[in-house]
Design a protein around this ligand. Structure first.
Ligand SMILES: C[S@@+](CC[C@H](N)C(=O)[O-])C[C@H]1O[C@@H](n2cnc3c(N)ncnc32)[C@H](O)[C@@H]1O
Length: 214
């Protein structure tokens, strides 16, 4: 990731971490439903990577409650301070997800809620390829990706006093990129629920599987 983009996102989340956490519901129905889809296909003790885990609510928290061995990754130190307190059972790494390398078959599942949308979109195909490689045969990828094409900044996100940057393609391109990375897409469709502001947000909720032979 180019440094100005990464630094803007990292510093932005360092500044808004508490305010962002205050918008999160540990029992968020959309997240719980998707995590249930994942859990039904995993054994207790399965290794799960949470990319852009933030403060861990609800995803990292719910994954550990379900008995999975969770590794959370985030680029923001403040987010990591919060998640280490809220989800002490998990292991955390401060890293840019595009620069990680775990080697093949490292995880049974990878989740990425509302985080890949902050990575420069020209790097999305390579990142999806890495996620595919890190998964074992039959491994699952659960994510919220974007419905729309956008690459730009908001100078004062939600009026919280920090700039933020997003970079993503539309739903059809996201589905194509998943298939080109080698995934079987189990579902990829819009779902609407509570967002960070007053309005509801619609995201492309994706569950994809790495084939047994790839
Ligand atoms: C909108 S928050 C989502 C947090 C959490 N997954 C959730 O759904 O509440 C996005 C998170 O992704 C992290 N992030 C953004 N770009 C990243 C990158 N390149 N590598 C690692 N983390 C990143 C941010 O620091 C932030 O904590």
């Amino acid at each position: 990731m180019s440094d100005p983009h990464r630094e803007l996102v990292e510093r932005g989340y360092d500044r808004v971490a508490e305010r962002y956490l205050a918008t999160k519901d540990p029992e968020d129905p959309l997240a719980l439903s998707a995590l249930e889809d994942l859990s039904q296909n995993l054994q207790p003790g399965a290794k799960v990577l949470d990319l852009g885990c933030g403060a861990g609510v609800p995803t990292t928290l719910q994954l550990t409650r379900r008995g999975f061995v969770v590794t959370g990754v985030d680029v923001s130190e403040r987010q990591l301070e919060l998640v280490r307190k809220l989800v002490p059972e998990a292991t955390f790494l401060k890293a840019d997800m595009t620069e990680l390398d775990f080697g093949p078959n490292a995880f049974d599942a990878v989740v990425a809620f509302h985080s890949i949308i902050h990575v420069p979109r020209e790097e999305h195909p390579a990142l999806l390829g890495k996620i595919h490689r890190w998964l074992g045969p039959g491994g699952l990828f659960l994510a919220t990706l974007a419905m729309t094409d956008f690459d730009g900044e908001d100078g004062d996100w939600e009026g919280w006093g920090a700039p933020m940057r997003w970079s993503h393609y539309d739903a059809e391109t996201n589905k194509t990129m998943l298939r080109e990375a080698g995934f079987d897409v189990l579902y990829a469709g819009p779902r609407t629920g509570g967002g960070t502001g007053d309005s509801e947000e619609t995201w492309l909720w994706v569950l994809a599987r790495k084939g047994l032979l790839r």
